[in-house]
Design a protein around this ligand. Structure first.
Ligand code: BES
Ligand code: ZN
Ligand code: ZN
Length: 512
């Protein structure tokens, strides 16, 4: 699919469909829409009056062969209340239009920006929304309908705002495409079934991406992992015939950053299939546990984008990858493992494997020089209970560090909610036989005790943990996205590396 900025008058655009959007309010038919109403000799205003066009979010009204304009169709998408609409809504409006038209065999269309929002930021959001919406998860379906394919989308009505130039608009388009494609890159990995995407294959795919993007990459095999004494990761992988891998991708800025500048460590959980191990999961829904490598795929997608965007600071991604299987050599409840950091862990439940592999991933990222950590993981069913598939559960210390990240999440239009990590919860992961246990004692707070377990390895290093168990996968189609992998957190993490990271104080800096 090609996305291009076009410079034409709405009435002169010859296309399968001209798309714009309607705000819910008394001035429904204003600006761009009143212009279209005049051009079509009053085809629109009566529909607003009769209640067919309300402007409610994602309502679709399709007109065929409207006279007065060259386009074959006019699609009006509801955008909700004007004062409440954000970039995130615009992203969804554009995406929903694409999926609506694609389902109807439309090949190309033009998206017309409204008079109130048509600068580079809006253009980027629209480009992202289009790419995200165009992703399909039917990779292995033999018979695909070739008529359901969008060839090209034109963007019209965008203009440089304030001090922006035309180049800013093209740069925004390039950025939107890069982010959308990187998010889809992560989604394609997540969508792969576990027989096609073992830890070894995931490492190969990451290696190929990194080489193509010009990033440094190292794949640690089972021998190197054993040499490094990553006992927590090895404890999980020993139940499977598939060997584990640790993927390390490094971006180093061309201009060396100042002495003691922050180095970001991104650690992603990549369990290519989670059966639960000896504490085996019930059969129902287990097929979805192929997406238990979503955190790892997210970090690989982020690095893909950063390779082109070139942030000012060094970024290291560490992705521990393994299966969690109940083989004859599998670890058992009651076993004690020694993590790379030297901490001893009592395994209470082999299904709490994500935190184990993150323990070694986090410790290794610190060893490689990360001064600031962020991990992403499909970690707990408890976060799904708390936040469903709407918000990512975001934990972190110190709180100011988490707050900076939440600003990026907001800018990227990804919903994330801060979760508590008070010391009171630390009590719940104390073990009678070892330093810590891998599940919380007592009943509640499963997402928080899981976060606390990881914090035991981040220690004093500023750290953020994103529990994406609920948000990495949609069970149902959405108007703006196919069901399946979402690629959540890629855009927030990229925004953070680009816009927040440089200003963070690193621990080597003298206090003011
Ligand atoms: N991969 C799961 C978490 C998960 C649940 C991801 C639902 C996506 C959707 C994780 O490894 C797990 O099994 N966690 C257990 C922990 C428990 C045994 C303490 C859970 O949440 O049930
Ligand atoms: Zn598990
Ligand atoms: Zn898991």
């Amino acid at each position: 699919m090609e996305i291009k900025i076009r410079n034409e008058k709405p009435e002169a655009i010859s296309t399968d469909a001209l798309v714009t959007y309607v705000f819910d309010g008394d001035d429904r038919i204003s600006g761009v829409l009143s212009n279209l109403d005049q051009l079509t000799k009053g085809k629109i205003a009566p529909l607003a009056k009769s209640g067919e066009i309300t402007g409610k979010a994602l309502e679709m009204v399709l007109l065929h062969y409207p006279e007065g304009i060259a386009a074959q169709r006019l699609l009006l998408v509801g955008a909700g209340k004007r004062d409440k609409t954000s970039l995130a809504d615009l992203r969804r409006v554009a995406g929903s239009a694409l999926r609506y038209l694609k389902a109807r065999g439309v090949k190309n269309f033009v998206f017309l920006a409204r008079e109130s929002d048509n600068g580079p930021a809006q253009l980027q959001a629209v480009a992202e929304g289009l790419l995200i919406a165009n992703f399909e998860s039917d990779t292995y379906r033999s018979k695909k309908d070739p008529s359901k394919n969008i060839d090209s989308v034109g963007l019209v009505g965008f203009s440089p705002a304030h001090s922006d130039t035309r180049e800013d608009l093209t740069a925004a388009l390039d950025r939107g495409i890069l982010l959308g494609e990187s998010q889809n890159f992560a989604r394609a990995l997540i969508n792969e079934p576990s027989n096609k995407l073992t830890p070894t294959v995931l490492a190969d795919r990451a290696l190929a991406m990194a080489r193509e993007a010009g990033l440094a990459v190292e794949i640690l095999d089972e021998k190197k992992i054993a040499d490094l004494k990553m006992g927590a990761l090895l404890g999980v992988s020993q139940g499977s015939v598939e060997p584990p891998r640790v993927i390390v991708i490094t971006y180093t800025p061309a201009t060396p950053p100042r002495e003691g500048a922050p180095v970001l460590g991104l650690v992603g959980k990549a369990v290519t299939f989670d059966t639960g191990g000896i504490s085996i999961k019930p059969a129902e829904g287990m097929e979805k546990m192929k997406y238990d490598m979503g955190g790892g795929a997210t970090m690989i997608g982020v690095m893909r984008a950063l390779a082109k965007l070139k942030p000012a600071n060094k970024v290291i991604a560490v992705v521990p990858a393994t299966e969690n299987m109940p083989g004859g050599k599998a670890q058992k409840p009651g076993d004690v493992q020694v993590a790379m950091s030297g901490k001893t862990i009592e395994i209470i439940n082999t299904d709490a494997e994500g935190r184990l592999i993150l323990a070694d991933g986090i410790h290794y990222a610190k060893k490689l020089g990360a001064t600031h950590l962020i991990d992403a993981a499909t970690l707990t069913g408890a976060i799904v209970v708390a936040l469903a598939s709407v918000h990512v559960g975001a934990f972190g210390t110190p709180r100011e560090y988490l707050d900076k990240f939440l600003e990026s999440a907001k800018a990227a239009g990804e919903k994330m909610w801060p979760m508590p990590i008070d010391d009171d919860y630390q009590e719940m992961i104390k073990s009678g036989i070892a330093d810590i246990r891998n599940t919380g004692s007592g009943k509640g707070g499963g997402a928080i005790t899981a976060a606390w377990f990881i914090k035991e390895f981040a220690e004093e290093t500023p750290w953020i943990h994103l529990d994406i168990a609920g948000t990495a996968w949609y069970d149902d189609n959405k108007p703006w996205s196919a069901k399946g992998p979402t690629g959540i957190a890629v855009r927030s993490l990229v925004d953070f590396a680009m816009n927040q990271l440089p200003a963070l104080a690193s621990k080597n800096q003298a206090p003011k």
